[in-house]
Design a protein around this ligand. Structure first.
Ligand SMILES: NC(=O)c1ccc[n+]([C@@H]2O[C@H](COP(=O)([O-])OP(=O)(O)OC[C@H]3O[C@@H](n4cnc5c(N)ncnc54)[C@H](OP(=O)(O)O)[C@@H]3O)[C@@H](O)[C@H]2O)c1
Length: 270
């Protein structure tokens, strides 16, 4: 099998480091591009050295998207929502597939992804781990099976650096729970608990957020009913799980026809 040519966008970030490490560990992938934000001190350095791997890829860290994407079959992008439109444009201009892990996306970002999917194959995933994508299936099933008297609350915890809240994964789990109840999260979301006074209304899906330390990512979906409580939980111990999942998605995506695919397609859960 030929090694898949991958460009990593956001190479100097926490996920960027994991992706470069995962690529270095597998003969299935070859790093061909490394994008960082303009002005960072790593610009011009070899990507392997820039992330402290102690080996060279002969791939410099650059801030020029065209240079980073040239030669790549798939871009793996874990940056910030603000950088996403220009990153997407570079992928479309080069006819390159995209695995987008960045969270905090708004409706205009999703509209841009829908439009780009006519030109390139892409996967946008708030969480690229196998476990969370399986959890989303179970959450939907449980929400469909239990009567509305079982109140659904989603609790998530992340490290102190995370900027968006609730997490993209919590929102994804909320969408799954809402779909199980025959609605959408926009219709059923009760928002983040504690912001409004008053008793809990039936049928709403509430969120609670914890931020601190180096928590990689915990998500628990609670179904609190009369006299009992069910909890479906996922705990990520190592950020590498997201990198392995994203690369698995990149491998699956390469050579596909243009379209918007999901981790369910990649993992055979669709
Ligand atoms: N899908 C998943 O499974 C999953 C898992 C973990 C994290 N995430 C998401 O992935 C994103 C990154 O997470 P992280 O923990 O790696 O965050 P991070 O450490 O802050 O990394 C983000 C990186 O992107 C860089 N960046 C910002 N603007 C850029 C631009 N215009 N061009 C190129 N690079 C740019 C940042 O550079 P500066 O520091 O210089 O700004 C930083 O190096 C977040 O949205 C996070 O929620 C998703």
């Amino acid at each position: 099998m030929n090694a898949l040519r991958v460009a990593v966008f956001g190479v100097t970030g926490r996920m960027g480091h994991c992706l470069v490490r995962a690529i270095a560990e597998s003969p299935e992938f070859r790093l061909v591009g490394a994008l960082a934000a303009p002005g960072v001190p790593e610009l011009g350095r070899d990507a392997g050295e820039a992330v402290g791997l102690g080996r060279r890829f002969d791939v410099p860290v650059v801030a020029d998207r065209s240079a980073a994407v040239a030669g790549a079959e798939v871009v793996v992008d874990f940056t910030l929502a603000a950088a996403m439109p220009a990153n997407l444009e570079a992928c479309v201009a080069h006819g390159c597939g995209l695995v987008l892990g960045t969270t905090g996306l708004e409706p205009p970002h999703h509209a841009a992804l829908d439009a780009a999917a006519a030109r390139i194959p892409l996967i946008q995933a708030a969480n690229t781990s196998l476990g969370v994508n399986l959890l989303a299936k179970l959450v939907r099933q449980a929400a469909a099976a239990l009567p509305p008297g079982y109140d659904i609350e989603i609790v998530e915890a992340h490290h102190r650096h995370k900027v968006d809240a609730p997490s993209g994964t919590a929102l994804k789990l909320g969408e799954s729970a809402a779909a199980g109840r025959g609605g959408t999260l926009a219709e059923l979301s009760a928002g983040v608990r504690g912001r409004e006074p008053g008793a809990r209304a039936e049928g709403g899906i509430g969120f609670a957020v914890v931020r601190g330390g180096d928590i990689v990512g915990d998500h628990t979906v609670i179904y609190a009913g009369p006299g009992e409580r069910i909890e479906l939980a996922h705990r990520a111990h190592d950020r590498m799980t997201f990198a392995w999942g994203a690369l698995r998605a990149a491998r699956w995506l390469a050579g596909r026809k243009p379209g918007r695919y999901t981790m369910d397609n990649v993992l055979g859960l669709a």
